[in-house]
Design a protein around this ligand. Structure first.
Ligand code: IVH
Length: 648
């Protein structure tokens, strides 16, 4: 199985069909199930074994993983060569030229032939232990043969272009943000807390450095690449020995012209002096080796005209301006659209409809506008619409936010998302109302509004794919049960920007009814804890929007909980005082301290603001302490707190 894994994932020369491979893998699994004592950590079945983690442990590299200096054109490449020649004072030398893969670098440590530790580059000195995730990369052997008892392989983790495009297409249908380029998606995928997600991303690994005790192993870099290949690592077959700078530059040009036919993104060529003795002679600057250079390819750019700017509404209600371009061919792909992200971006570019612009394609199929190269004769400015192009609901751009949003909860563009949020666990808790069901209900027009949930009938549900009577009845019962969810959940369910679980609770507890909140002006709203101008404005705008008003009325008719008793805090010596806790207190846990403050009539909030009266700081207090000091908030310790309460 190891041999076939190597043939398939490293050499790209399988000898058996995928079906045969899968069958053998199944057989191996069966055997291992029968004989669990024979399962080893480096078995091909054990690539995804790790459990989800909380975070990554930091690990120091054996020697720094520094970056490379760049050469942006032939002249700079020749300058580099001249420096090498001068420093080597007449010695003959040659280069190894490698493709500069656009991914992220990783160090893999082996001991006794087994993969033991994989570390991301991090800041170059300290990276993160991603061993569990790296094990899922099939091109990275879990076990190698050879005479080296301990060694380290450094190389590039990448995602093939086709996997990247598929991933982005999947994310788009799931309403998730796209990754900007294969590098970001490789980096994101390697840092998943859940190794099975990393496995599903099908990352790849190309080795470019072999170290023993943090130092190059062979006396020639080319030889170490051959050795890596023999040991079973994937080494790029396009790498080439170049006897002089002329051939080196020719290689760069050749690769640049073949760039689009490669199955992965490259952003240049890395040239390294082959002899390790000469590398040592040349040495390092503070941030990069003097014996290597990255020849960077220019971005793939073309000029074209912006014929129009259309506004699209995403699943979260965000309005995205998209440039319609006069179609232009950029390295193998016809480009007719480019995202402009938001209003600020258009302003920054000073882009008007009719302008000629420079378009760049970088990895992703979605290109970007670099700059305006010529202003159009009859250029028209772009204006973000005041009403949503899909539903004519109000469009709002919150202070400090780049995105403009449609705030109609029932806007068809965002309806699925709104309903999923409304029905989610911890919100209205309508079990069974997930992706599959909501997609069907909205697509068949059975839900045009969140409020329609309460009008669904058994007959309607039974028309849906794979819906039996039992499950339909269960869903109706769950819907029925949601009518008694308390006010904070209803508020949260409405999907008002900046109003999540906590703010909803505070609002409900301050005002006692949805009607009070709906009628409160911004000043009144801000009397609630933790509600500042931004949140208050968002709430007021929401209830001002006429579709939302209608939604609220329909939910009222459906019999939802619009009222709640205001829970009055205890009266005591701390009444009217607001506290924030930080650091470790000498005798009390945070929970205890909070309970005692509340029992004495005080309030405890999460973050320090001008409204905070006291910061209770224990050991290892961090940014909250700094902030409290900056705002002039009184800082007390545990003993002083107990004094305030009147215990001592
Ligand atoms: S050599 C000192 N070789 O480019 C040696 N790097 O700016 C440094 N890269 O962080 C690395 N392909 O992520 C080397 N064949 C290759 C490479 C390569 C891609 C990346 C690597 C590094 C960055 C250097």
């Amino acid at each position: 199985m190891r041999r076939h894994e190597h043939l398939y994932y490293v050499l790209d020369q399988p000898e058996i069909s995928d079906a045969e491979y899968d069958a053998s893998m199944r057989r191996l699994r069966e055997l291992e199930a029968e004989h669990p004592e024979l399962v080893t950590a480096d078995s091909p079945t054990q690539r995804v074994g790790g459990k989800p983690r909380e975070g990554f442990v930091k690990v120091r590299h054996s020697s720094a993983m520094l970056s490379l200096d760049n050469a942006l054109n032939e002249g700079e490449l020749r300058d580099f060569d001249r420096r090498v020649r001068d420093l080597l004072a007449g010695e003959p030398y040659q280069y190894v030229a490698e493709l500069k893969l656009d991914g992220l670098s990783m160090a893999a440590h082996y001991e006794d032939g087994r993969l033991r530790l994989a570390i991301t580059r991090g800041d170059g000195r300290v990276g993160e232990d991603v061993t569990e995730n790296a094990r899922t990369i099939r091109a990275l052997p879990l076990r190698v043969s050879g005479k080296l008892p301990r060694f380290e392989v450094r190389g590039e983790v990448i995602m093939l272009t086709k996997n990247f495009q598929q991933l982005n297409a999947d994310r788009e249908t799931q309403g998730l943000p796209r990754y900007a380029n294969p590098r970001n998606s490789a980096a994101g995928s390697l840092r998943m807390l859940e190794p099975s997600i990393t496995a599903s991303r099908q990352l790849d690994f190309f080795a470019y450095l072999l170290l023993v005790d943090g130092k190059p192993y062979s006396m020639s870099h080319w030889e170490s690449l051959l050795l890596l290949q023999e040991m079973g690592f994937k080494v790029n077959p396009k790498n080439r020995c170049c006897p002089d700078v002329g051939e080196l530059f020719a290689f760069c040009q050749e690769m640049e012209s073949r760039r689009d036919s490669l199955p992965y993104e490259i952003d240049g060529v890395v040239a390294k002096v082959d002899s390790i003795a000469q590398q040592d002679n040349l040495g390092w600057t503070a941030k990069a080796p003097r014996w290597a250079i990255a020849f960077k390819f220019p971005a793939r750019q073309e000029e074209t005209v912006v014929d129009n700017i259309e506004v699209q509404v995403g699943r979260t209600g965000a309005l995205t301006p998209v440039a319609h371009l006069r179609p232009v061919f950029i390295s193998g792909v016809t480009v007719a659209r480019a995202t402009l992200h938001n209003e600020d971006e258009i302003q920054r570019l000073d882009l008007h409809i009719g302008d000629t612009v420079l378009i760049e394609r970088s990895g992703d199929v979605i290109p970007k506008v670099v700059r305006v190269t010529r202003q159009g004769g009859e250029r028209r400015p772009f204006q973000m619409p005041k009403l949503c192009p899909v539903c004519e609901g109000d469009v709002v751009r919150a202070e400090g936010e780049a995105a403009s949003r449609c705030i109609n909860s029932n806007c068809p563009a965002r309806l699925k998302e709104t309903i999923l949020h409304y029905a989610a666990r911890g919100v209205m808790d309508i079990d069974g109302m997930g992706d599959v069901l909501v997609n069907q209900l909205v697509d068949r027009g059975m839900l045009k509004s969140v409020a329609d949930i309460y009008q669904l009938t058994l007959e309607q549900l039974l028309q849906l794919d794979r819906m039996g009577k039992k499950s339909a009845e269960k869903i109706l019962a769950n819907i029925q049960r949601s009518r008694s969810q308390p006010l904070p959940r209803v508020l949260n369910g409405l999907g008002i920007s900046f109003v999540g679980e906590r703010t909803a609770q505070i609002l409900a507890n301050t005002f006692g009814s949805l009607d009070e909140i709906e009628q409160a002006d911004e000043a009144a709203l801000q009397t609630a804890d933790e509600v500042g101008p931004k949140v208050a404005e968002s709430i007021r705008r929401f209830f001002h929007e006429h579709h939302n008003k209608e939604l609220v009325e329909r939910l009222r008719e459906a019999g939802l909980q619009f009222m709640q008793e205001i829970h009055k805090p205890a009266e005591g010596p701390l009444t009217g005082k607001t506290f924030v806790l930080t650091g470790t207190l000498p005798t009390m846990t945070r929970e205890e301290a909070k309970a005692r403050i509340e029992a004495a009539g005080g309030k405890v909030t999460d973050s320090v603001s001008k409204k905070t009266h006291y910061l209770v700081a224990g050991e290892a207090a961090g940014s909250k302490l700094t902030k409290a000091q900056a705002l002039g908030v009184q800082v007390v310790d545990e003993a002083a707190l107990l004094n305030l309460i009147g215990v001592n």
